[in-house]
Design a protein around this ligand. Sequence first.
Ligand code: BEZ
Ligand code: MG
Length: 579
Amino acid sequence: MSRPPHEKTAEARDRRVLELWERLVEVEQRLIPTGLHVFGRAGDTRECADLLRAVASYDRPECGARALNDLIAEGLGLGAYEKLLEDKSEQGWRVRANVDEVLRESIEIFLRDGAGRARLWLHENARVETEDSFKVFELLSGIREQLRTSGELDGLARSLRGEYVEPGPGADIVQNPAVLPTGRNTHAVNPYAVPSHAAYARAERVVGLLLERHRAEHGRVPRTMALVLWGLDNIKTQGEGVAQALWLLGVRPLRDSLNRVTEVEPIPLERLGRPRVDVVMTVSGIFRDLFGATMMLLDKAVRSVAALDEPPEMNPVRANVAERVREGGCTAEEAQLRVFSNAPGSYGTNVNFMVMDSQWESADALGDLFVTRKCFAYGRGPGGRALEGREARGALARALSRVEATYQNVDSFEVGITDVDHYFEYLGGVSKAVEQHARARPAIYLADSLSREASVRTLPEMVRLETRAKTLNPKWYEGMLGHGFRGVAEIESHVTNTFGWSATADAVDGWVYEEVARTYVLDAEMLGRLSSLNPHSARSLVARLLEAEGRGFWEAEASVVEKLRDAFSSLEDRIEGVA
Ligand code: BEZ
Ligand code: MG
């Protein structure tokens, strides 16, 4: 029996409200760095609370500490927190919100009254045994102490005097609290240890989500993908991006008698349970410098998959190589090139500079520049000789022409896709190059691999999330404005980085520019603040909005364009001392 219409409507409305709520929680839960770090100065209590809450949400087997939200969920008799994450009903959300609130409160008490009181409070209010929470609060106490006493100024002075600066690992505090105290030299990883067991295990889950997302939207898993791999990210995660590439290909790393990852072994198709994915890897100059052995491993992984006698629909690497050889003018070895970077000694794609300086007419120029900068092949060439960056423009262009989806792993709690210009220069750049060579825009994905709910989002979803969590969020921009001149420059830079996603991937909704204009330019008081703190960045921000309109990324009303033009001229006058 069908339900009466009003009931259906009420149900639909409830579902809609729940979805909206989920979105709001998603924005709220992103760790929003409020303001900039001032060299040598400790963050305030609010920032410290956000950070400690994030740190306390993960198991830390290295110091025997269990995640506080697990302890709380178990104490309250709710079972594993992981299971709560899977329940997407309203009831599930409420239960989870309750656990998160207890966690929040316990951190507040810790910061106000110390670890002892926080542990007692947790025992009384969530039945967490005090001995079970000992280790995690011991860890938090250490972090709090180290956050108060940074060695940054001392480290800088030592290095300027040419003295020894102690080394420490490179990561963010949530990923690895051992990075504290700051102000030390960063030491890297042993490339032969990459990917770690943990990174390989985490990557399986993310790749599963990624392929599932593509299947849901496009009916099947992609046959060929382009991946961006960065050096610092793979240091921080011990090779999670590398492990994702291996999982896509369907291979596992093997360790030799010295525990070094030097070989790979294909996972049989029956065990993999899906087709393999061909991957084109564009790696940063930093990755190339740090992970030479890993580039060889990735190259080996591609070649081992290409050699498997498997049906073409299950092994697109083999099928693509065979097709390329049939086309002629290319050996099988060349047809297997998949690892590309800059020429030796050169870094970056320069796509960011071309966008920031408005030095492009057609977007094809951005894709061409990406290929020009990144078309140097690494791996093994004919006779097994190392290639070490041989120019191979045709090989990269051909490989990109088969790509259906592009992807990058985002692994930092602090730096998102509109915070820096590097995400759009790399992921945007490769996506534009694919669009040109494959004559179709690829699906573009990013994974948030570190939060406990690893999630995969499309680029437009990620741009919306970053816009709401940062660029248009008063908590974020007021934090920036507190830093005066530099803060306005940061706001302008977010707008330009967002614009970079229009230029390279057309991934920004018109409302984003509309709201940026409304927030920063059409609001006279705000424009006044920006122009007195930093008229140069204010002018650039207005110019970028006008450029977005001029290039058709945003259809602004004529009256809005006129107001932007007026604001631009007044800022010019102010800078030139006319007004
Ligand atoms: C890297 O770690 O590879 C990287 C860092 C900054 C910008 C681009 C790449
Ligand atoms: Mg930079």
